[in-house]
Structures are given as structure tokens and as C-alpha cells.
Ligand binder design. Sequence first.
Ligand SMILES: [Zn+2]
Length: 243
Amino acid sequence: MAELTLLGVGSADSVLHYNTNALIPTQAGRMLIDAGHTIGRALHAVGLGCRDVDVIFVTHCHADHIYGLERIGSERLFAGLPRPRLIAHRSLESELWEQSLKGSMGRIGEGECSLQTYFDVQWLDDGERFAVGEVDFELFETQHTPGKPCFGVMINQRVMYSGDTRPLPHVVDRYQPELILHDFTVFESNPVHATLSQLLAAYPEGVRRRMKLMSYEDDVTQVADAVKASFMGFAEQGETVAL
Ligand SMILES: [Zn+2]
């Protein structure tokens, strides 16, 4: 049975938990959901390196989700390894290359580069399903930074990986996931992540008991009792779940 390991569970400013990125070993190679700026150390912690990544699905263009792509793409290119498959919704194309990676990756000793120099790119349409080896994914749009495209995935029709987002009760209603790995922030004033009060208001207890919270800040212990009382709990760095 396929498994997902949380390489990190931290927010963008966490220095203790690595970026919220996940590893899924599949029959088609090792897949990441997102590759942020801590990906090299996070992979090293599980005995792997950037050259060992074969597929990356990108949820959205924030540094803690995409800046590790520079290392993975560059190290595999310079090692003469096949290009990793890069999967993302097509609305991310300009943000990902022109506005984020091109400044660092746009030119090498041999000349000018494109995203396709480094990656075998697969752009997805709204709600598209895709497979990586034996693992099935279905894309859904999330509600993160207003005006900025951001996506999550339903995995094998049973595990929901929210990506960065505020609560998505309509997605949970649609898929009825058995397990939900959901964005969370300690700070009630945070306008782009899911706060405790928002989660309590958006989801009934039966849903929250199937929900593990991730993408949290280092001082998350201040709400540990409240989370324990109303949710399945926190997702932990290095934790593995069956898919
Ligand atoms: Zn984000």
C-alpha cells in the first residue's frame, strides 16, 4: 500500500519543523508534494537527497513550497539524470517560472534555460485527475492568498491534502475523505491560513476527528489542549500515513 510521509509540517517562518512538504514513494519513482527552501535538509533527514526526487506536484508559488525546485532541477540536470516530472495547475506557469525561478535558473554555462530544461512539465486543468504510478490524485482549488492560484489534492479518493488554505467545507462535503491533512495557523489574525476558530466553525466534530493539522508555527504548543480536544491532532514531522 502506498504511503505519504510528511517531511515537514511547519509554517513559512518555522525554524523547527521544515516546510510543509510531503514524500510519496510510488512505482513511478519518489514523488514530492511541494519542494520548499528546506527540502534538502528534510530529504537528508530521511536518508535521501535532491537527486532522488522523480516527480513533484506543486500546490502554489510561495517560497516554502517551490524554492527547493531550484536545487532538485539543477542537481539532477548537472548530474545528467532524467528530468523530474513537474505537475501543477496551468494557472501557476507565469508565477512559477517568470516571477519565481527564472532569476536563479534562467541561465547556465551552456546558455539560456526554460522550465522545460529542468523538468518534464505537466500542466493540469481545473479538477483534473492524474496518476503517479499506482497513486491517484484529484485536484481542487483552495482559498489561500486572495487572487493567487493555490491547489490541494484528494489522494486515492480517501486522503485529503489541503495545501495552504482557509477552511474548505465544500471540498470535504464533496469527497468525504477518511483522513484530512489540513492547513492551520496559531494566529487568529492570519488572513490566509485556517485559524482555530474558523476550523471549529466550518467543520462538524465528526469531520474534525478525521483531521490532522499541519503548516503550523513553532509556538503551536499554546493551543495544544484546544487542538487535542477538538481534532484528531497535529500532524507530526516525519509522520507516515497510509494512502
Ligand atoms: Zn502559501
